[in-house]
Ligand binder design. Sequence first.
Ligand code: NAD
Length: 511
Amino acid sequence: MTADATLGAPASSPASGAGEERTDVEGVAVPTGHLIGGRRVGAGAGFEVRSPIDWEWKLAEFPEAGAVEVDAAVDAARGAFPDWAALGPEGRAPYLLRLAAGVERRAAEIAQVETVDNGSLLEAMRERVIPRGGMNFRFFAEYAVSRLAEPSRILHGGERNTVRHDPAGVVAVSTPWNAPFMLATWRVGPALAAGNTVVLKPPEWAPLTCSLLGDLAEEAGLPPGVLNIVHGGPETGAMLTGHAGVDRIAFTGSPATARTVGAAAAAELTPVSFELGGKSPFLVFADADLEAAARTAAYQYDNSGQVCLAGTRLLVERSCLDAFMERFLAEVEAIRVGDPREAATTYGPLIHPRALSRVEAHVEKALAQGAALRFGGKSSGGLYFPPTLFTDVPSGADILREEVFGPVLTLQAFEDDDEAIALAESTDYGLATMIFTGDESRAGRLSRRISAGTIWVNCFYVRDLETPFGGTKHSGIGREGGRHSFDFYCDVKTVCERTAAFAAAGTGGGS
Ligand code: NAD
């Protein structure tokens, strides 16, 4: 769109100059320009952002970055890299801890903006999701200090082997709209802590809180160019992830887009970390705590089903089907769909009219392919869609395999462990699996046989940032979390030194 655009004039201070436009969202002044080399640039119209709470509510206009802005952002990141890398984990930690503190201090404001921008529940944003964004900086800043260096090892011949984790360079981050702030910080946090500089492309359907992240970075005193932000849609994303100056690509989104990103990455041989979609199975065995299973199953409608990890395929042991259904229906009955700012609301709207059309198309197709609609299935006005369940689904129906990314679940019964595993394994996805059972040995057996990045047994959504996160099959490539993040965001080097030679030359050892 703005491939030949000229960068806005340099601003003398963050509060003035071209690209310094802000939009007022719930009393918060959100910047609507790109952030490149510490300057807000690129004023002017590109794309509109509207609130899914009420689609008539226009929140902002953002410029769309073209080649000029993307080049400038990558150059700025490249320029800032040597000094940021040279600080080392201890030198970088104070900046990132200040950034974490800024997120924590402004969590309520960020939550308000996120809710209006993408329709997520205000309370969940304020209490859990935005604070987790702060943790993404705090945890990796501290982890880098304590864990980035690996112990060295003396080999039999007297050589010393040391494994170094040195920052890779410029990291391109592209993330989706269903949890924009949390998903961006989950990539930006470890990338910066490892000593890289970053160019972030926020999701065009909900870019506001990622744009605020630029303010938080400035407030934390991050040197210009360490974090750059370019706004835009798929074209901007493609320019960034296909850029020859990028050393790592962290992409979160759909498998379809990942194929495009992967092809561009292959041309430049740029390493990728892909966190993609899911169609996760939610298994309930007769020996489980059925109250907990039903409550957690109903929670799979959270965020209007726009959760990559959601267990959208309920697989229930036939002998407890009636008992489970009775409890599940009671839980669903209590769900309130509405304005996500209100305390009584369980979940809010779908993100965009195109998301609504996609969900409706999935429902239509499921009906056409012979699935029985147990409840829901039709928009309740605006972008609000009720909890929906399909039962008696023919085994070949697409609704059993395709990610809907809306509040639509299917229910299937199974007789035994083997059938449960076969059903669980019957998609191309492998992001998560939930197992509700009272039998620990069964949990162990199933965990070995089911392919998934995360298996939650008798729980859901519990995250420890030290453990790996990612997906198998079409749900992703690579793992992040703890040292796995640093394995990706760093060049991992083995340095093998014959130290006797240092002594002979009188220069001493050291690494
Ligand atoms: P999408 O793939 O359409 O878009 C994701 C982001 O990629 C957007 O910001 C988009 O502008 C950008 N993009 C588009 N083309 C690009 C390109 N060539 N290079 C770089 N960026 C590009 O996904 P979506 O529909 O917006 O998001 C929903 C999907 O994301 C679902 O499949 C969901 O399961 C998945 N998701 C996965 C995780 C996870 O952690 N595994 C988390 C959240 C969402």
